[in-house]
Design a protein around this ligand. Structure first.
Ligand code: ACO
Length: 394
């Protein structure tokens, strides 16, 4: 590819757990009501993982496969897998590496990115800059969360807000001017304590004490985060459209982080944009942190709110404190023409083969260790190796 390179979103997908938790369900376990939650936040229900088989990685994998199918990109074509998450599968290995393995993305680097609810846009910005700089052709960007696993279900200040889910996009190099044209990233760590998971890191490793004082659950100063969000969304939106060389009236749609209706309404007022220019689906999912923007993008596309040539702003804020915005000129015609079935079948077969590949690699490592790993002096494998060594020298 010669000349300018741009970073276009060519595939997208979302996944949420099946189990739905309504406001009425929550009112049975904490002192709250459907009326309070709906009027203060706009949330009616959220999806949460219901079994140990579901986790951040399984949601991320489902959404990754969906996005690759839309983009018609094979896992082996990926150069990078980035998972933005505040609820990774483990501290390490990264959730991104688990997804890379399960996808069979054998040529991709993989890492997790931690920037709270702004994480997806941080990752999108990074992906587009790597692509535009010539460092990658296809990058998979995922926002995935299981916030229910770090929610204190006895704390009405937080438990009514969050939901689980994942969303992903494939970002690909394109010669025509489109895709992610500008981004802004920001952070104010002085507000780190306003939204925090206090224990489980190097500051306060897991102990009886951290468990008994609820240190492994989200703690939030809702009012302060609210105030921060209402100023930062308009600020970041204005900054990114200026960077892209656009004006506010160019915008077809703003896809904000889905935390609270009142935050979005305030941003619309401050930007002097009609509320229907903002995509809102938090009533059905609650705040899914770094997954909220890609999930909203997928639903906006499915509802026909995004078409080729549209100018969009994706804007988020969250723990850190952080904020981020991306200016995206949509380039892919939607709805996307479905792939012919042989190609689709091939793609599904590849997903199946990825599982076989992973088992093969794990099994191979075990056999290698069993045959050539450290063994005791009297173990027959040690004797066999000595005998083979002597035989070899002859
Ligand atoms: N049900 C009933 N009453 C409640 C509930 C509840 N679920 N939660 C709080 N209240 C009570 C409070 O105890 C308080 O009572 P008091 O006045 O007797 O003390 C009263 O309602 C008002 O509380 P406020 O905190 O002032 O309520 P507010 O209108 O600010 O709404 C909310 C609270 C929804 C949390 C709001 O502040 C908010 O949305 N903040 C931003 C949250 C956010 O965006 N977080 C981003 C997280 S991003 C991430 O990284 C995960």
């Amino acid at each position: 590819m010669n000349g300018e390179r741009y970073a276009q979103i060519t595939g997208w997908g979302m996944a949420v757990p099946e189990k739905v938790l309504t406001n009425a369900d929550l009112a049975r376990v904490v002192d709250t009501s459907d009326e309070w939650i709906l009027s203060r936040t706009g949330i009616r229900e959220r999806h949460i993982v219901a079994s140990e088989k579901e986790s951040t990685a399984t949601l991320a994998l489902r959404t990754a496969r969906a996005a690759l199918l839309v983009a018609d990109v094979a896992p082996t074509q990926l150069d990078l897998v980035i998972v933005a998450t505040a609820t990774p599968e483990y501290a390490f290995p990264s959730t991104a590496s688990l997804v890379q393995d399960a996808l069979g993305a054998a040529n991709a680097g993989a890492f997790d990115l931690s920037a709270g609810c702004s994480g997806f846009i941080y990752a999108l910005s990074l992906a587009s800059n790597v692509i535009r700089g010539g460092g990658a052709e296809h990058v998979l960007v995922i926002g995935a969360e299981t916030l229910s696993r770090i929610t204190d279900w006895t704390d009405r200040n937080t438990c009514v807000l969050f939901g689980d889910g994942a969303g992903a996009v494939v970002v690909s190099a394109r010669p025509e001017r489109c895709g992610v044209l500008a981004s802004v990233l920001g952070s104010d760590g002085s507000g780190g304590d306003l939204l925090i998971l206090p224990a489980g890191g190097s500051h306060a490793p897991a102990s009886h004490e951290t468990i008994s004082n609820g240190g492994h659950f989200v703690k939030m100063n809702g009012r302060e985060v609210f105030r921060f969000a209402t100023t930062v969304i308009p600020k970041a939106t204005e900054a990114v459209i200026q960077k892209a060389g656009w004006v506010l009236t160019d915008l077809a749609l703003v896809i904000p982080h889905q935390a609270n209706n009142r935050i979005i309404e305030s941003a619309a007022r401050r930007l002097n944009l009609p509320l229907d220019r903002f995509f809102i689906n938090l009533d059905r999912y609650g705040n899914t942190s770094s997954a909220s923007i890609p999930i909203a993008l997928c639903e906006a596309i499915a509802e026909g709110r995004v078409k080729a040539g549209d100018r969009l702003v994706l804007v988020g804020f969250g723990a850190g404190l952080t904020w981020a915005a991306a200016a995206v000129e949509w380039g892919v015609p939607v709805p996307v023409k479905p792939q012919p079935w042989p190609r689709r079948w091939l793609a599904l077969l590849r997903f199946g083969l990825a599982a076989v590949r992973s088992l093969w690699l794990r099994g191979g490592r075990r056999v290698y260790n069993w045959l050539l790993g450290p063994v005791g002096k009297d173990d027959w494998r040690g004797k066999l190796r000595q005998w083979m060594g002597r035989w070899w020298k002859k």
